[in-house]
Ligand binder design. Sequence first.
Ligand code: NA7
Length: 898
Amino acid sequence: MPDTMVAARASEKTGSAGTQAVDVAVVGAGFAGLYLLHRLRKAGFTTVALEEADDVGGTWYWNRYPGARCDIQTIDYSYTFDPELDRAWKWSEKYATQPEILRYLGFVADRYDVRRDIRFGTRVTAANWDQGAERWLLTTDHGAAVSCRYYIMATGCLSSPKPPEIDGVKDFKGEVYFTGRWPHNEVKLAGKRVAVIGTGSSGIQSIPLIAEQAAELTVFQRTPNFALPAHNGPAPADRVALLEGDSATYREQARWSLAGVPLPQQTEVSWQLSDAERRERFEKAWAAGDLVYMLTQLWADQGVDVDGNALLADLLREKIRSLVKDPATAEALSPHDHPFGSKRPCLDTNYYATYNRPNVTLVNLRQEPIKSITASGIRTDKRAIDVDAIVFATGFDAMTGAIMAIHPITGRDGKSLSDVWAHGPQTYLGLAVSGFPNLFMITGPGSPSVLSNMAVSIEQHVDWVVDRLVAMREAGFTTIEATEAAQDGWARHMADCATLTLHRLANTWYTGANVPGKPQGVMPYTGGVGPYRSICNEVVGKGMLGFRLKGPGVAEQCNDGEVVRLQPDVRLVLNMLEEMKLPAIESLGAQGARDFVTEFNAGRPAGRPVGEVVDGTLPGADGPLPYRLYRPATPGPHPVVVYFHGGGWVLGDEQSDDPFCRDMCRRSGMIFVSVGYRHAPEHRFPAAAEDGLAATRWIAAHAAELGGRPGPVLVAGWSAGGNIAAVTCQLARDRGGPEIAGQLLLCPVTDCAVERPSYTDNATGYFLTRALMYWFKDLYCSPADRSDPRASPLHGKLSGLPPALVVTCEFDPLRDEGVAYAEALTAAGVPVQHIEARGHFHASFTMVDVVITGVGGRMQMADALRRYAGLPPERKQGDEGLRPGRTASPHEINAAAE
Ligand code: NA7
């Protein structure tokens, strides 16, 4: 039955005459709404868009303040769905003005003839899901109500202006303007005393132009923001050449990029570059006048590590000092409270130089907060400033405001969206909400939206949603709803992604911090446009994973589950490894496998500097063994950790876990001595185990000579190295020392004799495979030796061992034997801390600076080692929110490796 007929019946049932019945109702006629109308109509759906304004444009309709421009290069901030449109419209500038963008959207609306489906001047006042009819009923403030099968909110992320939150606005006798609701008629500020409150993008774009007109301009700044010069002009020739040369490739690269702009991912890290090289890159970026370039192209750690970010922020503050003549004003304009990029940076034209004008004054609200607005101006706690006009550039109730605050939305079983989101927005993919069937959001909270080129994200969302509606129609489904399990999983994935970035360290509209009382949490998806696109495709590929689909006469379909269970960076690494189509390591022979690992390791980021790295040899159980010592930069003597590398007793050497040893040395403030124990098949069981004890004895006996603290040592190891560390503790206990103060066992092999379920759960696809583990075991020890506690410490006596931190990873064949060892140690009375790392794989913690979500786990490892050595925990700026230990509500920022 066509939807219009179903709707007519539904209307009859509810007795609501004069209802407009359509297949799909859209709210908003901005970038998203226009493209939705076009695609829906082409797909054969009847549609209506409801738009409060009297024309198309959305955010570009309302934000008409002086200087309003886009700050993504306009050739990128365009529709890409129709190459003909690309050719038909030429932007006049690198960053188009608001009037030009509005003309473009009008041009698009006319070209695709979508205006006839838009009801302008119409606001939705309520949206209710009618369970019986399986339709949404929308009431409006103007004209007929709308009955629709699908309701799509294309309401934008920054369309609900925030109230000023300052007492006395009503008392002010002069003119009041809001940047987000700028009048359509000309605003004359010439010769007037003007105040601007707010220094986000809107303030920073408008202040230079207001300063040119006003007799006096006073800027009230609460938080300084980073701003870069736009260097506006014609679109850069190189970018235009790329686009015009092969627009399909250019657009496709944007779709799979991180930010929706075709720029490559930077791989070099800050500590690989000299000061001069960093400065050169920075100057190039400053001259480029491109936010996305500055945010992504300098060095790989700028967006994920506080130290890497601080190097860039220092250079930016230096620029502010060079541009603003008065040092006190320059300092007040310099952000110190947030890492660059964690709060939305701005693109400006003459912003900083404007403060050199004699008619411009900056009031630093951190030093003199606004008390109230009075009849004649603004009173701070130090003075009264009389003005003729106040411009509020105070921002928006971002992301959720436009969805939740605009009208009540009532879903299945009378659930109100405001109640469901009372503690923060919860969505699946940022597109759907459990309990709200047939409701979609375009660029909703949980989608990349505001952290990306909106044009690219909007097209992806719209295409995905419309394609799903078409597929449902073909299959006979009439309702679609996200499941709670999928939504909860998305919240976890969102939180995991947020730990990767520095957004957690800033109070911003991304986190809801700009609106008093709003729940806090990073609202946009921080995992990137390309990964997000692949996840959305995966949902479809897995039979609409996480959605429940129903329809008359067809069987219900619900493939429930979480779409991403891996940590986001683990997912990227594993996808990359899969694409590389690497040979199975066990097929290469021992030497071939060693060569392969050496080559593989050569491509990883260089480890961070430590105080000193010293190579030497020590006596093993049967001849000399190489070692590499990592000494902290802090004054010693430091406690000593004896470290055993991973590699299945076959691969690796004292240098192969270099990034991990460096990181742990820096974090724990301890000497790490990585031992090159003997390998199989040349030296089979128990060579490695006996070397472990011999090396530990020698290091303990020579701790002072090595610059370490005499006394008990600690042992640590990863994988087969974890096996050697565990065995060493047992042998040291049984053979008269040395004294060991604690053991760190990272994904250890503890039982070579018994196979547990994690071997089959994670047999393939997670780097360390079941087949590879058997190859290692076969090369190391014969079946008869596998129950010997020197091969399988789980089979040994466990009482009287040093305290242990056991780390196991969810997607690791070795997971269950690590768990078993932690449990058995506990049962034997050994103090045990066990980290079960959710979403991680065997190499998560050793791929330092690649798997960034491993940081939280390594912090815990360093804490444990310090505790065993009797040292207090160390804290580093930026650690906030990374340390597990509390249960985060789903939308919260937290969630590091639990
Ligand atoms: P923003 O970026 O939210 O900026 C709002 C500014 O107003 C910001 O500097 C705020 O300071 C300031 N503000 C907000 N409320 C007050 C009060 N009560 N008193 C003093 N100062 C206040 O909004 P924009 O419109 O500039 O830009 C929004 C986005 O549009 C932008 O990021 C681009 O994506 C496009 P705070 O930082 O909160 O201390």
